[in-house]
Design a binder for this molecule. Sequence first.
Ligand code: WQD
Length: 335
Amino acid sequence: MKILVTGGLGFIGSHAVVELLDNGYEVVVIDNLYNSNIDVVDSIKKITGKDFSFYQNDVCDLGVLEKIFNEHTIDAVMHFAGYKAVGESVKKPILYYENNLVSTLHLCKKMIEHNCFKLIFSSSATVYGEAKILPITEECEVGGTTNPYGTTKWMIEQILKDITISNPNFTVMVLRYFNPIGAHKSGLIGERPNGIPNNLMPYIVRVATGELEMLSIFGDDYDTPDGTGVRDYIHVVDLAKGHLKALEKAISSQGIYYYNLGTGTGYSVLDLVHNFEKVNHVKVPYKIVERRPGDIASCYADPSKAYKELGWRAELGIEDMMRDSYNFILKQKDY
Ligand code: WQD
């Protein structure tokens, strides 16, 4: 089977491409390198020993999509391409709504024109907004999003639901990620945000290498065990494997399905700092500062539906995540 992976050179997309190739799928990647690097192509080939087709283009480009679907018989699509920085989305809403919505609409249009009816969509736990109950299940209310990025994910979920209603052949697996971190054990692919990282894990690793001076912990007065924010961190390789399980189900199903991809365990900011220091034998200096606007105290999944219906659950633990994150950054910097 041949799978089109949009955003396939990105952090999560590249790990999904590795799992697809390792499991015998043929892969076609489209990526405009907005938040990725061309050298990821070689890294994926080095890890898997397999080749794949790559188009350095934008998913919004109907002509390129037409070309890809004419040159390849695509059996299913994994759609990772999209802008995903919460803070940037607040500053640039038009950019985020245009890119994330138009790319998805054009992709679905071309899929249907070319009789490709299986879509795995990269959604996010942000569609739940500030969850009223924990752990979060797929039945929890969605739509209380607090930033344009999260709202694009919620809007796209609505769009995809409407498409499945209009076209019973069209099958969608909506995968709601919690907090993906970590890296492939080879250290050849991982999370490489451009500029100063917004997210916790890429910041911690750069403090550990000395590239950044100190971690600022955004508040220690939340209603959590140690006062710092609690999140459901999931190893990116576990997340990638969840996509293959969702793909298997999509092939034999019709309609739209929603799954939380998390571990079900919440860790605080200080938990991560302490685990990182213990596993990697390195200090991570930090200071407590004001809360970050828009942050919530706790967010973690009830992942039981994915286990029951997909036969998937996270297998890697917090220490694997800490070790693999640091191993990646060290390989990148040749420390
Ligand atoms: C985690 C915790 C911060 C940085 C975001 C997106 C979400 C998803 C995952 C795409 C919080 C604290 C962070 C720092 C800190 N991405 N923190 N100092 O906000 O849970 O989720 O990434 O889908 O859409 O919203 O992740 O890593 O930014 O924050 O103290 O320098 O770490 O307050 O408690 P978040 P994060």
